[in-house]
Ligand binder design. Structure first.
Ligand SMILES: *[C@@H]1O[C@H](CO)[C@@H](O)[C@H](O)[C@H]1NC(C)=O
Ligand SMILES: *[C@@H]1O[C@H](CO)[C@@H](O)[C@H](O)[C@H]1NC(C)=O
Length: 400
């Protein structure tokens, strides 16, 4: 479970009226409006939703009341604070009207921006019935081919999923990532020996944040040593990327696979269903270039499950090197219950680090500092390492 989704809603307040409708977008087409004020009072209230419906196509639907003067329409974004790498204050959205007060609707272009970049949609007429869409595609930039990389970054298996604990762990980890294509852009202070690993989180379809990361991936200018495939495409947003396996294969073939020829080592998409997954096999049948190492997630309280997961992926996917790109102490016997027992967590961390460190099938592993893992597990709180964060530091310090 990770904190990498960004829900976006736009507020369109018409004229001097104060009515607003706030939509929090989860999963593309579905926008839920919380009508804070009775809309009947306001003849000119307009609402807009932005939904991402395709990998490279962003569809903007704007519904306006005929007769609204577009110059008085104010658009302001409401971003969920759930994505640490996208500061909400860095975001903006605006409509640039080119003609106003048309009974046919507003003619305008829409720009949405945040810390990951901005997208401007071409001028179009927005009416209560029209849908404007645009395709954003960017060619690969010229790249430098690096020499082939070791399957264990810097020769150190231990890593960090998330950038927050980096300052405390950096002397003992070989690598880290933050679920985006360019971790260092979001954590500029995390420079040093540990290798920032690039990730293509999703197909750009489930949220505004997903779309931004997708475009950030297309914008990559230098060759990453490693690229991780999709985040849990076998589960639902906002925490997982939710991609059909054939669609995932299409995106992989088009934008991920070409990096292999440039020297990047590719990690498979990671499954949320652990050894119960049924996504990766059909995906593998549809891809033209396969992955170099299998990226897996392990959420459990039991070392038996850790071994079962390792056996499953090792046996099912051709004895390929394994990276455990997220692990956490979670009781999954009945649902998903993160442990709040510090004693149990400390023991779990010591045990899993020893196990992964000593299993030759495992080339890398990472403590997950994603969201949804309870109050005791997060490694950093108020800028300080927690007891759980120290337990990981102690465990990995034995090895590097
Ligand atoms: C991608 O690159 C374009 C062109 O340089 C830029 O305008 C855009 O903001 C970038 N988008 C992201 C998400 O980085
Ligand atoms: C916490 O975990 C430890 C070790 O697994 C166990 O002995 C103890 O009973 C647990 N405490 C609670 C309150 O469940």
């Amino acid at each position: 479970m990770k904190s990498q989704s960004l829900a976006t809603g736009l507020v369109l307040a018409a004229g001097l009226q104060t009515a607003s409708a706030v939509g929090h977008q989860h999963g593309g087409q579905h926008a839920h409006f919380d009508k804070r004020t009775s809309l009947e009072q306001y003849a000119t209230t307009t609402t807009t939703t932005t939904s991402v419906t395709d990998v490279t196509t962003i569809t903007t639907t704007i519904t306006v009341t005929p007769g609204v003067d577009a110059t008085t329409v104010e658009v302001s974004p409401t971003l969920s604070p759930s994505e640490p790498s996208v500061p909400t204050e860095a975001s903006s959205a605006s409509l640039a009207p080119v003609s106003t007060n048309s009974d046919a609707g507003i003619v305008a272009s829409l720009t949405i921006a945040d810390a990951l970049g901005s997208s401007t949609f071409p001028t179009s007429t927005h009416t209560s019935t029209s849908t404007s869409s645009t395709t954003i595609t960017r060619p690969f930039s010229s790249t430098t081919i690096t020499s082939s990389s070791s399957l264990t970054p810097n020769g150190i298996k231990a890593g960090s999923a998330g950038g927050d604990a980096y300052p405390f762990w950096s002397n003992h980890i070989g690598w880290w990532y933050d679920w985006t294509p360019v971790p260092l852009e979001h954590y500029p202070d995390n420079t040093g020996t540990p290798i920032p690993v690039a990730m293509l989180w999703g197909a750009g379809t489930v949220s505004h944040g997903d779309a931004l990361r997708y475009h950030e991936f297309l914008n990559l200018t230098s060759t990453p040593q490693y690229i991780l495939g999709f985040e849990e495409p076998d589960c639902s947003p906002p925490d997982s990327a939710d991609i059909a396996s054939d669609k995932g294969a299409e995106v992989w073939n088009e934008v991920v696979a070409p990096w292999k020829g440039r020297g990047t080592l590719l990690g498979s998409p990671s499954m949320c269903k652990q050894s119960d997954e049924d996504w990766l096999t059909p995906f593998e049948e549809d891809i033209t270039t396969s992955w170099d190492f299998t990226a897996i997630h392990i959420n459990t309280i039991s070392m038996d499950v850790v071994n079962k997961d390792l056996d499953y992926y090792w046996d099912t996917y051709g004895n390929r090197p394994i990276w455990v790109t997220e692990f956490a102490c979670v009781d999954t016997s009945d649902g998903f219950t993160p442990s709040e027992n510090q004693t149990q967590i400390n023991q779990f961390i010591a045990d899993i680090v020893d196990l992964l460190q000593n299993d030759d099938r495992v080339y890398a592993y990472a403590y997950s500092s994603g969201a949804g893992l309870g109050d005791t597990w997060p490694p950093v709180k108020d800028g300080e390492l927690t007891e759980s964060g120290r337990a990981y530091l102690d465990a990995i310090s034995k090895y590097a």
